[in-house]
Design a protein around this ligand. Structure first.
Ligand code: NAP
Length: 247
């Protein structure tokens, strides 16, 4: 039996176990299991591999995408640049880290991007924001971080006026605001200045249409949730785990 899984804490609302279990059944993949490994402390990470010698790879979620990196034997260039790892594979007994959020976000973004989407606002400055930043840098899209906390290289929500919204047609929500069960909140931006030229991308996938996206839609903006990104990052993890070369 080949074992795969997810580490994080807590893991009560995990998408991944359901996704992989259904995938195995739908695609007739036998001899594989995907389990949840809630770790109260990242110090338990090495023990997980010692106890489960059939473990091939794991996904990593909040709050360990950054904290897991010191436990890896090697890491992809994307992990080193973003400082975030969401996929680990055991190769010849050694653990290598990858970041498949980047691939998920990039695929969905590029599929929907229009030539006028040249400047972006990234709402939030956490782990997912770093994956977004990497993709925007790679594709030559200029951006500003919007944070609750003033600091170098970022603006705050109170700096967002009509001109700022007019000149930033791509707005990406990487904050958890609006995520189930707190679906009645949204990032504090002046939605009244949104237009049909704007593209609002919310990394949240539950609910499918957050208040942030509903407000964008009501102004005719193009909207995208995090659902497709989530599926692509899961499939990319599966590809990495099942590629025989040292990926
Ligand atoms: P995180 O590291 O906790 O960062 C979230 C950032 O949002 C924080 O750094 C903070 O930035 C801002 N924030 C947090 N609470 C806030 C609040 N109450 N009001 C305003 N801003 C707040 O989380 P993450 O790992 O980056 O994940 C963020 C979201 O992306 C989650 O909803 C997660 O589910 C989603 N996600 C989706 C996918 C996907 O595949 N669709 C992949 C990864 C993540 P400031 O302190 O600078 O304001």
């Amino acid at each position: 039996m080949k074992l795969y899984g997810l580490i994080g804490y807590p893991l009560s609302h995990s998408f991944s176990k359901k996704y992989f279990t259904e995938k195995f059944s739908r695609e007739g993949i036998t001899g594989c299991r995907y389990e949840l490994f809630p770790l109260e402390d990242i110090a338990a990470f090495p023990g997980l591999w010692e106890e489960n010698t059939d473990l091939i790879g794991v996904n990593v979620t909040i709050p360990y995408k950054e904290k897991v990196i010191p436990f890896l034997d090697s890491a992809s260039e994307v992990v080193l640049k973003t400082g975030a790892c969401n996929c680990i594979k055991k190769i010849d007994g050694l653990l290598k880290g990858f970041n498949t959020d980047v691939i998920g976000f990039e695929n969905v973004l590029l599929k929907n991007l229009k030539p006028n989407h040249k400047t972006a606002l990234i709402l939030g400055t956490g782990g997912a924001a770093k994956a977004v930043q990497y993709v925007l840098d790679k594709n030559g899209i200029k951006y500003l971080f919007v944070s609750r906390i003033p600091g170098e290289g970022r603006i705050t929500y109170s700096d967002l006026d009509q001109e700022m919204i007019r000149t930033h047609l791509l707005i990406i929500n990487t904050t958890p605001l609006g995520m189930y069960p707190h679906t009645d909140v949204s990032p504090d931006i002046p939605y009244e200045y949104l237009t049909a030229d704007h593209f609002l991308f919310d990394l949240i996938y539950n609910p499918a249409k957050t208040l942030f996206l509903q407000k964008g839609e009501s102004h005719g903006s193009f909207i995208q949730n995090g659902g497709d990104m989530l599926v692509i990052q899961a499939e990319e993890s599966w590809r990495i785990w099942n590629t025989t070369s040292n990926v």
